[in-house]
Ligand binder design. Structure first.
Ligand code: ZN
Length: 110
């Protein structure tokens, strides 16, 4: 351990030095250990709008259904289409999805 001087003036100086050191260590610890600020909220994803057409697996990849863009029942083989293409596909015989009913949304009376 340290050997301290026997006289009060030097012990007071040492005490002051140690108090300053302790204050500095506590300030640094508070800086390091303070909780991280909360993360900013992530924005909600934009809702998908529009329509998409689903195609079959086969080589001809013929259209097998028309969906609204946010339909959860559509398969992975879909691509976005325009409103006009959706109307055309449905009126030419591509079945509208019974779940998301793009025909109703498009005002098509089948
Ligand atoms: Zn659908």
């Amino acid at each position: 351990m340290h050997e301290y001087p026997p006289d009060a003036p030097r012990l007071h100086t040492i005490r002051l030095y140690l108090q300053q050191q302790l204050a500095e260590v506590e300030r640094r610890l508070a800086e390091i250990e303070k909780p991280a600020p909360p993360a900013p909220p992530t924005p909600a994803p934009e809702p998908l709008t529009g329509w998409k057409i689903e195609r079959s697996i086969g080589a001809d990849s013929s259209p097998v259904g028309v969906h609204q863009a946010d339909c959860r029942l559509s398969g992975k083989r879909t691509r976005p289409i325009t409103r006009r293409d959706a109307i055309e596909a449905i009126t030419q015989g591509t079945p509208p999805c019974a779940f998301c009913t793009p025909d109703v949304a498009l005002g098509i009376d089948l």
